[in-house]
Write a protein that binds this ligand. Structure first.
Ligand SMILES: [Fe+2]
Length: 181
C-alpha cells in the first residue's frame, strides 16, 4: 500500500541510484499515475508549500499553485525533478546575463514557456532559472524533488520589476509574487 513513509524511503533509495534523475523520474511517473493513493497519503494542509523531507541528498516538497499568481524568477543550484499530478502548471524559463546577473537589456530574458498538464514528469538542470504560474482556473499540484538540501543551499532570486538579482529568501519570494494577467 502507498504510504508517505514508503514514498520517502523509495525516493531516498532512487536518489542514491547510479542515475538518480532517471530513477526519481521513474518513481514519480508511477506516483503521479495513481493520484488517489498519493492524495490519501499526503498530509492535509492549507499551505501551498509543504516540506515532506530534507536531507543532504534530497529535498521533497508538495506544492500547490493557485490560479492567477506569478512567482518571481529563481534558481535552485541543484537538479530538480517534478511530478505534476493535478491541473496545469506553467513554467517560464529565463536566461540570465553573461555574468549571471541581469541581462544586457537590464533584466532577465524569458526564453521559453512550458505548460505541464498533469499527469506528467519533468526535470530541470542545475542552473535553470524559472518562474512558476498557473493560467488555468483550478489549483495545480506537484511533487518537487530537489537533488540536494534546498533549505541550506545559497541560491538566487530576481526582482521581476527591476531584474535585480539577490540571495533567495522566502519573504522576497512571496513578496514579489504578482498577478499573471
Ligand atoms: Fe522553482
Amino acid at each position: 500500500m502507498f504510504s508517505l513513509d514508503n514514498f520517502i524511503s523509495d525516493s531516498l533509495a532512487a536518489s542514491k541510484a547510479s542515475d538518480p534523475v532517471a530513477a526519481l523520474m521513474a518513481l514519480l511517473r508511477e506516483t503521479v499515475g495513481d493520484v488517489d493513493a498519493l492524495l490519501s497519503a499526503l498530509p492535509e494542509t492549507a499551505d501551498d508549500e509543504t516540506l515532506i523531507h530534507a536531507s543532504d541528498i534530497l529535498t521533497i516538497y508538495d506544492i500547490k499553485l493557485p490560479p492567477g499568481i506569478l512567482y518571481p524568477p529563481h534558481n535552485h543550484r541543484m537538479r530538480v525533478v517534478i511530478g505534476f499530478y493535478e491541473g496545469c502548471e506553467t513554467n517560464l524559463i529565463y536566461k540570465p546575463g553573461a555574468d549571471g546577473g541581469p541581462g544586457a537589456d537590464g533584466g532577465l530574458k524569458q526564453v521559453d514557456r512550458l505548460d505541464f498538464q498533469a499527469p506528467t514528469v519533468a526535470m530541470f538542470e542545475r542552473e535553470v532559472v524559472h518562474a512558476i504560474t498557473n493560467y488555468s482556473a483550478t489549483t495545480s499540484r506537484a511533487i518537487h524533488y530537489y537533488l540536494g538540501d534546498l533549505l541550506e543551499v545559497e541560491r538566487q532570486l530576481w526582482n521581476p520589476a527591476t531584474g535585480q538579482k539577490m540571495t533567495f529568501n522566502n519573504d522576497d519570494y512571496f513578496g514579489f509574487a504578482t498577478s499573471n494577467q
